[in-house]
Design a protein around this ligand. Structure first.
Ligand code: ADP
Length: 496
C-alpha cells in the first residue's frame, strides 16, 4: 500500500498517520468544516473536506469518502475507532471499490456488532458466558421466569448497544416488565434494533479485555490484557496493562478464550475481546470490539508492538512476524483519557476554548492528542482531548509518573478529567489494586475536588498577594524577573 486514507479525525487520525509515515506510506486526511484547523490536516500529505460539522453529514458519509478515496488513488482506508469503524456495509463498500479496508471482514464486524449474534458464534467453543439468555426477549412473563432462575439483580441489555448505552439494572421482579418495555423502545429508537436480552448483573466486576492480532493465514495471538474498570457511565476513563489481579494462569486461560473468540468469527487484524471477572476471579465473555481501541497504547507500551503497523501489515497479507511464545510483558503502562468534561458536575461535557494548553514531557510519557492551544473543542464529536499514557518498570512507578504528568499538563478554559485522574491515582483503592467498575459510585466524592480546589485557590490567592507586594518592591528597586513569576502564579490560579 502506497497511500492510505484515514476515515477519522483528531487524535486517532494523527496517531495512525504517525505510524504510516514511519512505514513510508502517504496519508490522506478527511475533515469536516468544524475541524478546519485541526492538526491532523496539517500532518497529512493530502486532505479533503467531507462536509459540514454534523458527523452524519461528514465523517459518516461512507459512500462519499470512498468516492474521494478513489479519485485520489488511495489503496487503503483505515477507519480508526468510532464513526465508520464498525460498519460492515462500509467495509464491504470499501472492498468493492477495490480499496483495502484496514480491519476485519464485514462478516466478523456484523457478527460481533450484535451481542446476541456474538454469543451464538462463540457457543461451540468452551468460553464462559455471563449467565442469561442467548436470544432476544419480548415477553415479560418469560423474562421474569428466566430472571428468577438467574437471581436478581439482572441487567437488561440491548443487543445492538454500545458505548455503555442501552443497559438497565433491574433489582426487583415487579420492575422487570416496565423496564423491559422501556429498554425495547429505547433500543429501537437508538440503534434501530429493539432486541434486548437478560444477563446476570455481576455485583462487583472488573472489566478486563484481551488484545488479539490475527493474520489472513490462520495465525492468532493475544497481546495480554488491559484493565479497564475505572469507568463513568459504563465507559472507560483509566486503563492499565497488565492488570493488578491476573495470575499468569488466568492470563493464559483468558488469552486462549480470546483467541478462540477471534477464531469463531474468522477474525483478521487487531481486535479486542472483552470480559468481566467477578470477585472470585471467574471470567465471562462480554463482547468483541472489531477495531483498534482507544486504550490500545497501554498494550503497545508493555509489548513493544505498534498495533497500527501490525494492522497495515496484516491487511497487506503479511504473516504475523511473532508467535505467542515470542510475546512477553515488559513493565507497566497507564492511560488516562483526558476528556473535556466536568467531573464535579456528573462528568457532563464542558465544551469550549483551550485557552492554554501545555503537554507534560519527559521519559515514559506519551500524549496522543489532536488539539493545539487556542482551539475550540467542537460540540459535534466525542469530547476527548487526549490520551495521556505513562510507562515505567513497575505499577508504582507508572502511577508516580502519571501523577507528575497530570501536574505538568496545563489546560485552562475548560474542565477536564485530569483532576479526576489524580483523585483516582492517589486513592487507596486504586493504589492497592482493590477496585471494580463501581469505583466512581463507591469512592468518588466530587466535593473533595472542590475542597482541594478551594484550598488551591486560597493558596493561589496568597501567592498572588505576595507576588504583587514583591512586584511593588521590585519596581521601586528596578530588579525584576516578571516572566517566570507570572507563569507560576497563572498556572496555580488556573488549576481548579
Ligand atoms: P458496551 O458495548 O455498551 O460497551 P458492554 O457489554 O461492553 O457494553 O459493557 C460495558 C460495561 O457495562 C462493562 O465494562 C461493565 O462495567 C458493565 N456491564 C456490562 N455487563 C455487565 C454485567 N452483566 N454485570 C455487571 N456489569 C456489566
Amino acid at each position: 500500500m502506497q497511500k492510505i486514507l484515514i476515515a477519522n479525525r483528531g487524535e486517532i487520525a494523527l496517531r495512525i498517520m504517525r505510524s504510516l509515515k514511519e512505514m513510508g506510506i502517504q496519508t490522506v486526511a478527511i475533515y469536516s468544516e468544524a475541524d478546519r484547523n485541526s492538526p491532523h490536516i496539517q500532518y497529512a500529505d493530502e486532505a479533503i473536506c467531507v462536509g459540514p460539522p454534523a458527523s452524519s453529514e461528514s465523517y459518516l458519509r461512507g459512500a462519499y469518502i470512498i468516492e474521494q478515496a478513489k479519485k485520489l488513488q488511495v489503496d487503503g482506508i483505515h477507519p480508526g475507532f468510532g464513526f465508520l469503524a464498525e460498519n460492515a456495509t462500509f467495509a464491504q463498500q470499501v472492498t468493492a471499490a477495490g480499496i483495502t479496508f484496514i480491519g476485519p471482514d464485514p462478516y466478523a464486524i456484523e457478527v460481533m456488532g450484535s451481542k446476541l449474534a456474538a454469543k451464538e458464534a462463540v457457543a461451540t467453543y468452551n468460553i464462559p458466558m455471563v449467565p442469561g439468555t442467548d436470544r432476544a426477549l419480548t415477553d415479560s412473563e418469560e423474562a421474569i421466569a428466566i430472571a428468577k432462575t438467574i437471581g436478581f439483580p439482572i441487567l437488561i441489555k440491548a443487543s445492538a448497544g454500545g458505548g455503555g448505552k442501552g443497559m438497565r439494572i433491574v433489582e426487583h421482579e415487579e420492575e422487570l416488565a416496565s423496564q423491559m418495555q422501556r429498554a425495547i423502545s429505547e433500543a429501537q429508537a437508538a440503534f434501530g434494533d429493539g432486541s434486548v436480552f437478560i444477563e446476570k448483573y455481576i455485583a462487583s466486576p472488573r472489566h478486563i479485555e484481551i488484545q488479539i492480532l490475527a493474520d489472513k493465514h490462520g495465525n492468532v495471538v493475544h497481546l495480554f490484557e488491559r484493565e479497564c474498570s475505572i469507568q463513568r457511565r459504563h465507559q472507560k476513563v483509566i486503563e492499565e496493562a497488565p492488570s493488578a489481579v491476573l495470575t499468569p494462569e488466568l492470563r493464559a486461560k483468558m488469552g486462549q478464550s480470546a483467541v478462540d473468540v477471534a477464531k469463531a468469527c474468522d477474525y483478521v487484524g487487531a481486535g479486542t475481546v472483552e470480559f468481566l471477572i467477578d470477585d472470585a476471579l471467574n471470567y465471562y465473555f462480554l463482547e468483541m470490539n472489531t477495531r483498534l481501541q482507544v486504550e490500545h497504547p497501554v498494550t503497545e507500551m508493555i509489548t513493544g508492538i505498534d498495533l497500527v503497523k501490525e494492522q497495515v501489515k496484516v491487511a497487506r497479507g503479511e504473516t504475523l512476524s511473532f508467535k505467542q511464545d515470542d510475546l512477553t510483558i515488559n513493565g507497566h503502562a497507564l492511560e488516562l483519557r483526558v476528556y473535556a468534561e466536568d467531573p464535579a458536575n456528573n462528568f457532563l461535557p464542558d465544551i469550549g476554548n483551550l485557552q492554554s494548553y501545555q503537554r507534560p514531557q519527559g521519559p515514559g510519557i506519551r500524549v496522543d492528542d489532536g488539539f493545539e492551544e487556542g482551539m475550540d473543542i467542537p460540540i459535534y464529536y466525542d469530547p476527548m482531548i487526549a490520551k495521556l499514557v505513562t510507562y515505567a518498570a513497575t505499577r508504582e512507578e507508572a502511577i508516580a509518573k502519571m501523577l507528575r504528568a497530570i501536574e505538568e499538563y496545563n489546560i485552562t478554559g475548560i474542565q477536564t478529567t485530569l483532576e479526576f485522574g489524580r483523585y483516582v491515582l492517589e486513592h487507596e483503592a486504586f493504589v492497592s489494586g482493590k477496585f471494580d467498575t463501581h469505583f466512581v459510585k463507591k469512592h468518588f466524592d466530587p466535593a473533595q475536588l472542590y475542597e482541594e480546589n478551594e484550598e488551591e485557590a486560597t493558596v493561589a490567592a496568597l501567592v498572588a498577594a505576595q507576588y504583587l507586594q514583591k512586584l511593588k518592591m521590585q519596581n521601586s528597586s528596578g530588579n525584576d524577573n516578571l516572566f517566570e513569576k507570572q507563569r507560576v502564579s497563572k498556572w496555580k490560579l488556573n488549576r481548579r
